[in-house]
Design a protein around this ligand. Structure first.
Ligand SMILES: Nc1ncnc2c1ncn2[C@@H]1O[C@H](COP(=O)(O)OP(=O)(O)O)[C@@H](O)[C@H]1O
Ligand SMILES: [Mg+2]
Length: 354
Protein backbone atom coordinates (compact mmCIF):
# COMPACT_ATOMS: atom_id res chain seq x y z
CA UNK A 1 0.00 0.00 0.00
CA UNK A 2 1.33 3.34 -1.06
CA UNK A 3 0.95 5.41 2.08
CA UNK A 4 2.02 2.99 4.72
CA UNK A 5 4.97 5.14 5.68
CA UNK A 6 2.91 8.30 5.75
CA UNK A 7 2.83 9.43 9.38
CA UNK A 8 -0.32 11.48 8.81
CA UNK A 9 -2.26 8.43 7.59
CA UNK A 10 -4.81 7.88 10.31
CA UNK A 11 -6.88 5.15 8.71
CA UNK A 12 -5.24 2.60 6.44
CA UNK A 13 -7.21 -0.11 4.68
CA UNK A 14 -4.92 -2.40 2.78
CA UNK A 15 -6.31 -4.90 0.26
CA UNK A 16 -9.48 -5.55 2.25
CA UNK A 17 -11.72 -8.45 1.35
CA UNK A 18 -15.02 -9.33 2.96
CA UNK A 19 -16.91 -12.40 1.89
CA UNK A 20 -20.39 -13.10 3.23
CA UNK A 21 -21.73 -16.60 2.87
CA UNK A 22 -25.47 -17.00 2.83
CA UNK A 23 -26.65 -20.59 2.36
CA UNK A 24 -24.17 -21.76 -0.28
CA UNK A 25 -23.81 -18.44 -2.02
CA UNK A 26 -20.79 -16.26 -1.40
CA UNK A 27 -21.06 -12.49 -1.73
CA UNK A 28 -17.84 -10.50 -2.07
CA UNK A 29 -18.77 -7.24 -0.38
CA UNK A 30 -15.18 -5.92 -0.42
CA UNK A 31 -12.76 -7.00 -3.12
CA UNK A 32 -9.28 -5.68 -2.49
CA UNK A 33 -10.18 -2.25 -1.17
CA UNK A 34 -7.35 0.18 -0.43
CA UNK A 35 -8.10 3.43 1.36
CA UNK A 36 -6.03 5.91 3.32
CA UNK A 37 -7.58 8.70 5.35
CA UNK A 38 -5.38 11.38 6.82
CA UNK A 39 -5.55 12.51 10.42
CA UNK A 40 -8.14 15.27 10.69
CA UNK A 41 -9.49 14.64 7.21
CA UNK A 42 -13.17 14.84 6.21
CA UNK A 43 -13.79 12.25 3.52
CA UNK A 44 -16.91 11.41 1.58
CA UNK A 45 -17.48 7.83 0.44
CA UNK A 46 -19.96 7.31 -2.39
CA UNK A 47 -21.05 4.31 -4.41
CA UNK A 48 -24.13 2.53 -5.72
CA UNK A 49 -26.29 0.50 -3.39
CA UNK A 50 -24.59 -2.81 -2.66
CA UNK A 51 -21.11 -1.54 -3.54
CA UNK A 52 -19.78 -2.26 -0.04
CA UNK A 53 -19.97 1.11 1.74
CA UNK A 54 -21.70 -0.13 4.89
CA UNK A 55 -19.44 -3.17 5.02
CA UNK A 56 -16.44 -0.83 4.95
CA UNK A 57 -17.94 1.28 7.77
CA UNK A 58 -18.52 -1.87 9.83
CA UNK A 59 -14.94 -2.99 9.28
CA UNK A 60 -13.56 0.45 10.21
CA UNK A 61 -15.75 0.49 13.30
CA UNK A 62 -14.51 -2.91 14.46
CA UNK A 63 -18.00 -4.40 14.09
CA UNK A 64 -17.03 -6.80 11.31
CA UNK A 65 -13.72 -8.52 10.75
CA UNK A 66 -12.51 -8.55 7.15
CA UNK A 67 -11.97 -11.91 5.47
CA UNK A 68 -8.50 -10.74 4.37
CA UNK A 69 -6.43 -7.58 4.38
CA UNK A 70 -5.39 -5.09 7.02
CA UNK A 71 -7.13 -2.23 8.82
CA UNK A 72 -5.05 0.16 10.85
CA UNK A 73 -6.61 3.04 12.76
CA UNK A 74 -4.32 5.47 14.56
CA UNK A 75 -1.53 2.93 14.52
CA UNK A 76 -3.65 0.07 15.90
CA UNK A 77 -4.11 -3.00 13.73
CA UNK A 78 -7.77 -3.88 14.33
CA UNK A 79 -7.16 -7.52 13.44
CA UNK A 80 -4.60 -7.88 16.19
CA UNK A 81 -6.64 -6.36 19.04
CA UNK A 82 -7.76 -8.66 21.83
CA UNK A 83 -11.51 -9.00 22.44
CA UNK A 84 -11.28 -6.52 25.32
CA UNK A 85 -9.28 -4.02 23.27
CA UNK A 86 -11.77 -4.32 20.42
CA UNK A 87 -14.66 -3.61 22.78
CA UNK A 88 -12.89 -0.49 24.05
CA UNK A 89 -12.17 0.54 20.47
CA UNK A 90 -15.87 0.27 19.56
CA UNK A 91 -17.04 2.04 22.71
CA UNK A 92 -14.50 4.82 22.96
CA UNK A 93 -12.31 5.29 19.91
CA UNK A 94 -14.92 5.33 17.20
CA UNK A 95 -18.33 6.97 16.96
CA UNK A 96 -21.13 5.86 14.63
CA UNK A 97 -24.03 7.68 13.06
CA UNK A 98 -26.40 5.53 11.03
CA UNK A 99 -28.99 6.46 8.46
CA UNK A 100 -31.95 5.22 10.47
CA UNK A 101 -32.79 7.38 13.48
CA UNK A 102 -34.11 4.25 15.22
CA UNK A 103 -30.67 2.66 15.09
CA UNK A 104 -29.00 5.71 16.63
CA UNK A 105 -31.34 6.54 19.49
CA UNK A 106 -33.25 4.60 22.15
CA UNK A 107 -36.87 5.73 21.72
CA UNK A 108 -37.86 5.82 25.40
CA UNK A 109 -34.83 7.81 26.57
CA UNK A 110 -34.51 11.61 26.44
CA UNK A 111 -31.87 13.14 24.18
CA UNK A 112 -29.66 13.73 27.22
CA UNK A 113 -30.02 10.14 28.48
CA UNK A 114 -29.28 8.83 25.00
CA UNK A 115 -25.98 10.70 25.10
CA UNK A 116 -25.22 9.47 28.62
CA UNK A 117 -25.80 5.82 27.73
CA UNK A 118 -22.50 5.19 25.88
CA UNK A 119 -20.69 7.05 28.68
CA UNK A 120 -22.30 4.75 31.27
CA UNK A 121 -21.25 1.72 29.23
CA UNK A 122 -17.69 3.06 29.25
CA UNK A 123 -17.85 3.57 33.03
CA UNK A 124 -18.48 7.31 33.17
CA UNK A 125 -21.48 8.35 35.21
CA UNK A 126 -22.74 11.07 37.55
CA UNK A 127 -22.24 14.79 37.26
CA UNK A 128 -19.34 14.62 34.88
CA UNK A 129 -21.39 12.59 32.40
CA UNK A 130 -24.36 14.93 32.76
CA UNK A 131 -22.20 18.00 32.15
CA UNK A 132 -20.58 16.40 29.13
CA UNK A 133 -23.99 15.42 27.68
CA UNK A 134 -25.27 19.00 28.08
CA UNK A 135 -22.11 20.36 26.51
CA UNK A 136 -22.65 18.08 23.53
CA UNK A 137 -26.29 19.19 23.17
CA UNK A 138 -24.92 22.73 22.91
CA UNK A 139 -22.35 21.65 20.42
CA UNK A 140 -25.06 20.27 18.12
CA UNK A 141 -27.12 23.45 18.64
CA UNK A 142 -29.90 21.73 20.58
CA UNK A 143 -29.49 22.91 24.20
CA UNK A 144 -33.25 23.44 24.39
CA UNK A 145 -34.06 19.83 23.47
CA UNK A 146 -32.30 17.96 26.30
CA UNK A 147 -35.44 16.41 27.76
CA UNK A 148 -37.09 15.59 24.44
CA UNK A 149 -37.52 11.98 23.40
CA UNK A 150 -36.61 11.04 19.81
CA UNK A 151 -40.24 11.03 18.69
CA UNK A 152 -40.54 14.66 19.84
CA UNK A 153 -37.64 15.70 17.60
CA UNK A 154 -37.57 16.36 13.86
CA UNK A 155 -35.55 14.06 11.60
CA UNK A 156 -32.70 16.57 11.40
CA UNK A 157 -32.71 17.11 15.17
CA UNK A 158 -32.63 13.35 15.70
CA UNK A 159 -29.55 13.07 13.53
CA UNK A 160 -27.86 15.93 15.39
CA UNK A 161 -28.57 14.17 18.71
CA UNK A 162 -27.23 10.98 17.09
CA UNK A 163 -24.01 12.86 16.34
CA UNK A 164 -23.86 13.98 19.98
CA UNK A 165 -24.34 10.35 21.06
CA UNK A 166 -21.52 9.29 18.73
CA UNK A 167 -19.28 11.95 20.30
CA UNK A 168 -20.13 11.01 23.89
CA UNK A 169 -16.87 9.22 24.62
CA UNK A 170 -14.76 11.67 22.59
CA UNK A 171 -13.90 9.29 19.72
CA UNK A 172 -10.96 9.95 17.45
CA UNK A 173 -12.83 8.71 14.38
CA UNK A 174 -16.43 9.45 13.42
CA UNK A 175 -18.15 7.19 10.92
CA UNK A 176 -21.44 8.33 9.44
CA UNK A 177 -23.30 5.89 7.17
CA UNK A 178 -25.74 7.87 5.01
CA UNK A 179 -26.56 10.19 7.93
CA UNK A 180 -28.73 12.34 5.70
CA UNK A 181 -30.36 9.52 3.74
CA UNK A 182 -33.79 10.21 5.21
CA UNK A 183 -33.55 14.01 5.32
CA UNK A 184 -34.53 16.71 2.85
CA UNK A 185 -31.74 18.73 1.30
CA UNK A 186 -32.01 21.80 3.56
CA UNK A 187 -31.93 19.63 6.70
CA UNK A 188 -29.12 17.54 5.20
CA UNK A 189 -27.09 20.72 4.74
CA UNK A 190 -27.43 21.51 8.47
CA UNK A 191 -26.12 18.05 9.33
CA UNK A 192 -23.22 18.45 6.91
CA UNK A 193 -22.45 21.91 8.34
CA UNK A 194 -22.29 20.39 11.82
CA UNK A 195 -19.97 17.61 10.66
CA UNK A 196 -17.77 20.16 8.90
CA UNK A 197 -17.57 22.24 12.06
CA UNK A 198 -16.59 19.20 14.17
CA UNK A 199 -13.88 18.51 11.64
CA UNK A 200 -12.52 22.03 11.37
CA UNK A 201 -12.90 23.10 15.03
CA UNK A 202 -12.01 19.87 16.79
CA UNK A 203 -9.84 18.24 14.13
CA UNK A 204 -12.02 15.12 14.23
CA UNK A 205 -11.34 12.60 11.45
CA UNK A 206 -14.68 11.90 9.75
CA UNK A 207 -15.82 9.48 7.04
CA UNK A 208 -19.27 10.18 5.63
CA UNK A 209 -20.96 7.62 3.40
CA UNK A 210 -23.48 9.05 1.00
CA UNK A 211 -25.41 7.95 -2.06
CA UNK A 212 -25.37 11.56 -3.22
CA UNK A 213 -22.39 12.66 -5.38
CA UNK A 214 -23.18 16.26 -4.39
CA UNK A 215 -21.47 15.47 -1.09
CA UNK A 216 -18.31 16.63 -2.88
CA UNK A 217 -19.41 20.19 -2.08
CA UNK A 218 -19.17 19.48 1.63
CA UNK A 219 -15.96 17.50 2.01
CA UNK A 220 -12.31 17.77 1.03
CA UNK A 221 -12.20 14.52 -0.90
CA UNK A 222 -14.69 11.98 -2.17
CA UNK A 223 -13.77 8.38 -2.85
CA UNK A 224 -15.99 6.22 -4.96
CA UNK A 225 -16.45 2.52 -4.26
CA UNK A 226 -17.44 0.28 -7.12
CA UNK A 227 -17.91 -3.48 -6.65
CA UNK A 228 -16.15 -3.51 -3.30
CA UNK A 229 -13.07 -1.59 -4.25
CA UNK A 230 -11.96 1.98 -4.60
CA UNK A 231 -12.57 3.06 -8.19
CA UNK A 232 -11.97 6.79 -8.26
CA UNK A 233 -11.42 9.86 -6.14
CA UNK A 234 -12.86 13.30 -6.63
CA UNK A 235 -10.57 16.02 -5.41
CA UNK A 236 -11.18 19.71 -5.11
CA UNK A 237 -8.82 21.86 -7.08
CA UNK A 238 -8.68 25.52 -6.30
CA UNK A 239 -8.76 27.93 -7.79
CA UNK A 240 -10.03 26.96 -11.19
CA UNK A 241 -12.54 28.57 -13.47
CA UNK A 242 -15.53 26.58 -14.65
CA UNK A 243 -17.68 28.52 -17.07
CA UNK A 244 -20.58 26.09 -16.77
CA UNK A 245 -19.52 24.82 -13.41
CA UNK A 246 -20.89 21.38 -12.65
CA UNK A 247 -21.54 21.09 -8.94
CA UNK A 248 -21.23 17.33 -9.00
CA UNK A 249 -18.14 15.34 -9.82
CA UNK A 250 -17.58 14.36 -13.38
CA UNK A 251 -15.16 11.96 -14.87
CA UNK A 252 -12.50 13.95 -16.61
CA UNK A 253 -8.89 14.73 -16.42
CA UNK A 254 -9.07 17.68 -18.75
CA UNK A 255 -9.32 21.05 -17.11
CA UNK A 256 -7.33 23.08 -19.57
CA UNK A 257 -10.28 24.48 -21.52
CA UNK A 258 -11.33 26.48 -18.51
CA UNK A 259 -8.25 28.50 -17.95
CA UNK A 260 -8.24 32.22 -18.39
CA UNK A 261 -10.61 33.42 -15.67
CA UNK A 262 -9.87 35.57 -12.69
CA UNK A 263 -10.87 35.16 -9.05
CA UNK A 264 -13.23 38.08 -9.45
CA UNK A 265 -15.41 36.32 -11.97
CA UNK A 266 -18.76 35.15 -10.66
CA UNK A 267 -18.04 31.67 -11.84
CA UNK A 268 -14.70 31.36 -10.13
CA UNK A 269 -15.21 28.48 -7.79
CA UNK A 270 -14.10 25.07 -6.67
CA UNK A 271 -13.35 22.67 -9.41
CA UNK A 272 -14.03 19.00 -8.90
CA UNK A 273 -11.92 16.54 -10.71
CA UNK A 274 -12.39 12.79 -10.62
CA UNK A 275 -9.22 10.74 -10.75
CA UNK A 276 -9.10 7.01 -11.39
CA UNK A 277 -7.47 5.08 -8.57
CA UNK A 278 -4.48 2.96 -9.42
CA UNK A 279 -3.98 0.34 -6.72
CA UNK A 280 -0.74 -1.03 -5.38
CA UNK A 281 -0.87 -3.95 -7.84
CA UNK A 282 -1.30 -1.57 -10.80
CA UNK A 283 -5.02 -2.34 -11.25
CA UNK A 284 -7.55 0.29 -12.20
CA UNK A 285 -11.22 0.23 -13.09
CA UNK A 286 -12.23 1.62 -16.45
CA UNK A 287 -15.71 3.07 -15.91
CA UNK A 288 -18.56 1.10 -17.51
CA UNK A 289 -19.64 4.15 -19.50
CA UNK A 290 -16.23 4.27 -21.21
CA UNK A 291 -16.08 0.54 -21.75
CA UNK A 292 -19.46 0.54 -23.45
CA UNK A 293 -18.83 3.66 -25.48
CA UNK A 294 -15.52 2.37 -26.78
CA UNK A 295 -16.47 -1.27 -27.19
CA UNK A 296 -14.01 -2.58 -24.61
CA UNK A 297 -14.45 -6.27 -23.92
CA UNK A 298 -12.21 -8.49 -21.87
CA UNK A 299 -8.96 -7.64 -23.66
CA UNK A 300 -7.48 -4.27 -24.47
CA UNK A 301 -4.35 -2.99 -26.08
CA UNK A 302 -2.10 -0.70 -24.14
CA UNK A 303 0.46 1.57 -25.66
CA UNK A 304 2.86 3.98 -24.04
CA UNK A 305 2.51 7.40 -25.59
CA UNK A 306 4.13 10.70 -24.78
CA UNK A 307 3.55 11.15 -21.06
CA UNK A 308 0.77 8.58 -20.86
CA UNK A 309 -0.74 5.28 -21.85
CA UNK A 310 -3.24 4.66 -24.62
CA UNK A 311 -5.78 1.92 -24.00
CA UNK A 312 -8.05 0.72 -26.77
CA UNK A 313 -10.15 -2.31 -27.62
CA UNK A 314 -8.06 -5.27 -28.69
CA UNK A 315 -8.12 -5.51 -32.48
CA UNK A 316 -7.83 -8.54 -34.75
CA UNK A 317 -7.84 -11.13 -32.01
CA UNK A 318 -7.83 -13.86 -34.63
CA UNK A 319 -4.30 -12.82 -35.67
CA UNK A 320 -1.47 -14.95 -34.41
CA UNK A 321 0.42 -13.35 -31.55
CA UNK A 322 3.46 -12.58 -33.71
CA UNK A 323 1.23 -10.84 -36.29
CA UNK A 324 -0.35 -8.86 -33.49
CA UNK A 325 3.04 -7.86 -32.15
CA UNK A 326 4.09 -6.63 -35.58
CA UNK A 327 0.83 -4.70 -35.86
CA UNK A 328 1.30 -3.00 -32.46
CA UNK A 329 4.92 -2.24 -33.27
CA UNK A 330 3.90 -0.58 -36.54
CA UNK A 331 1.28 1.46 -34.76
CA UNK A 332 3.79 2.58 -32.15
CA UNK A 333 6.10 3.68 -34.94
CA UNK A 334 3.21 5.67 -36.36
CA UNK A 335 2.94 3.71 -39.60
CA UNK A 336 -0.80 3.33 -39.08
CA UNK A 337 -3.06 5.74 -37.34
CA UNK A 338 -4.88 3.12 -35.34
CA UNK A 339 -6.05 5.37 -32.50
CA UNK A 340 -9.58 6.70 -33.02
CA UNK A 341 -10.04 10.27 -31.82
CA UNK A 342 -11.02 10.75 -28.23
CA UNK A 343 -9.87 7.34 -27.16
CA UNK A 344 -7.51 8.61 -24.56
CA UNK A 345 -8.03 7.14 -21.16
CA UNK A 346 -6.27 9.50 -18.87
CA UNK A 347 -4.74 7.75 -15.96
CA UNK A 348 -3.66 9.85 -13.10
CA UNK A 349 -1.96 8.71 -10.01
CA UNK A 350 -3.79 9.32 -6.84
CA UNK A 351 -2.79 12.59 -5.23
CA UNK A 352 -2.44 12.52 -1.50
CA UNK A 353 -3.05 16.17 -0.87
CA UNK A 354 -6.80 15.87 -1.59
N1 LIG B 1 -24.46 -9.51 6.68
C1 LIG B 1 -24.48 -9.78 5.38
N2 LIG B 1 -24.72 -11.02 4.93
C2 LIG B 1 -24.70 -11.29 3.62
N3 LIG B 1 -24.47 -10.40 2.64
C3 LIG B 1 -24.24 -9.14 3.02
C4 LIG B 1 -24.24 -8.75 4.40
N4 LIG B 1 -23.96 -7.43 4.47
C5 LIG B 1 -23.81 -7.01 3.20
N5 LIG B 1 -23.98 -8.01 2.33
C6 LIG B 1 -23.86 -7.94 0.87
O1 LIG B 1 -22.63 -7.30 0.57
C7 LIG B 1 -22.78 -6.37 -0.49
C8 LIG B 1 -22.39 -4.98 -0.02
O2 LIG B 1 -23.35 -4.56 0.93
P1 LIG B 1 -23.25 -3.16 1.68
O3 LIG B 1 -21.90 -3.03 2.28
O4 LIG B 1 -24.40 -3.07 2.62
O5 LIG B 1 -23.39 -2.12 0.49
P2 LIG B 1 -23.84 -0.58 0.48
O6 LIG B 1 -23.78 -0.06 1.88
O7 LIG B 1 -22.86 0.08 -0.44
O8 LIG B 1 -25.22 -0.56 -0.08
C9 LIG B 1 -24.23 -6.49 -0.94
O9 LIG B 1 -24.28 -7.37 -2.02
C10 LIG B 1 -24.92 -7.06 0.27
O10 LIG B 1 -26.05 -7.81 -0.11
MG1 LIG C 1 -25.22 0.88 3.06
Amino acid sequence: MQNKQDASAFVICDDLYKIFKVADIEVMALQGLDLTVGRGELVGIVGASGSGKTTLMNVLGGLTLPSAGQVIVDGANLLKLSTGELTTYRQVDVGFVWQQGSRNLIPYLSALDNIKLPMTLAGRTGREADARARELMEKVDLPHRCEHKPIQLSGGEQQRVAIAVALANAPKLLLADEPTGELDSATSDQVYELLKRLNSDDGLTICIVSHDPAIAQHVQRVVQIRDGKLASETVRRRPRLESSAPSVPRLTGDVSQNEGGTPNDDNWEDHFEELIVLDSAGRLQIPKQYREELGFENRVEMEVTEGGILIRPAQNLEQTSSQAEIQIEREIRGEESGAPAGLLARLKRRTDDG
